[in-house]
Design a protein around this ligand. Structure first.
Ligand code: PXG
Length: 291
């Protein structure tokens, strides 16, 4: 099915939505992006995604050529033009067309594009039965080199970790920091539950400030759980009562095995299941209306 794509101020058929081979987003991964979800005709946490996009751009000294309000309208209008009620939206800003040198000053104008497509959900058994994961040798990027809080187009670090998961025959990988602390999965944040307390690594370790992560921490607090951002290790993963991953695409996925150690008896934990339910309810009521 042919989609209508927003590209640099115009809505065009997907065949016409093309980027130059001289775009530094392609040549160097020089750009930023967001993955956003629409549920029940509303865009979930749109403002938070737009804020993060502009923060990522600012961190790489990329001046986005349209305002935040215009960008929000781009997202909603792209959904409208593709008749999206439930869907996945990809919003991208590249450094734009430059020359073959890496100097971004040669790129005259950033490119902005937005794709809104109907959803391809993770397999339902991941949610019902939980997921097996491994920790991988590939470390998460050191914040002083490329801060994982920047949602940049350079995802090779995450892709290398995903390749290791693929080779091990599991769907997802948990990455550690240089020092060996738990950081995040390749496209998801990591949570553990220990004696009723919900723990997730703090941002300063070098993890993305996930929008789903924020939502889950809010929901857990409302449910009366103690929520802490804490530094923890593989030992804490292995001995956790429950573990799950969060992300826009994945939502909340229970983890039932880590490096061969069974978690929560090899089935999704009870608090995890309550959070999944609460998150589903939240997506029914929140969000920027498309229509
Ligand atoms: N960490 C990283 C490294 C991510 O890329 C998250 C955490 C979760 O953040 P949100 O805001 O979505 O709760 C992400 C999300 C995919 C996919 O196909 C996921 C992401 C990016 C691209 C693709 O699962 N990022």
């Amino acid at each position: 099915m042919g989609l209508t794509i927003y590209l640099d101020g115009r809505f065009v058929p997907e065949e016409e939505a093309v980027i130059s081979v001289f775009d530094h987003g392609l040549l160097y991964g020089d750009g930023v992006f967001e993955g956003i979800r629409a549920y029940h005709g509303r865009v979930f946490r749109l403002k938070e995604h737009i804020d993060r996009l502009y923060d990522s751009a600012k961190a790489i000294a990329l001046a986005i050529p349209i305002s935040q309000e215009e960008m929000a309208e781009v997202v909603v209008e792209t959904c409208r033009r593709n008749q999206i009620r439930d869907g996945y939206i990809r919003l991208v800003v590249t450094r734009g067309k430059g020359d073959l040198g890496l100097d971004p000053r040669k790129c005259l104008r950033p490119s902005v594009f937005c794709i809104a497509d109907s959803i391809q959900l993770y397999p339902p058994e991941f949610y019902q039965k939980g997921m097996r994961v491994i920790t991988v040798p590939t470390r998460r990027n050191v914040p002083e080199a490329l801060n994982p809080r920047i949602k940049s187009l350079n995802y090779l670090n995450n892709i290398l970790a995903k390749v290791e998961a693929n080779l091990a025959g599991v769907p997802e990988a948990i990455m550690l920091t240089q020092e060996g602390y738990v950081a995040e999965a390749t496209g998801d944040n990591v949570f553990i539950i220990r004696r009723g307390t919900l723990l997730t690594p703090p941002l300063h370790l070098g993890v993305l400030e996930g929008i789903t992560r924020d939502a889950v921490m809010e929901l857990a607090r409302k449910m009366g759980m103690t929520v802490r951002e804490a530094v923890f290790t593989r030992y804490d993963l292995f001995t956790a009562d429950e573990c799950f991953l969060t992300g826009t695409a994945a939502e909340i996925v229970p983890v039932i095995e880590i490096d061969g150690r069974s978690i929560s008896g090899g089935q999704p934990g009870q608090l995890t299941q309550r959070l999944i339910e609460a998150f589903r309810e939240l997506t029914k009521i929140e969000g920027e209306p498309i229509y």
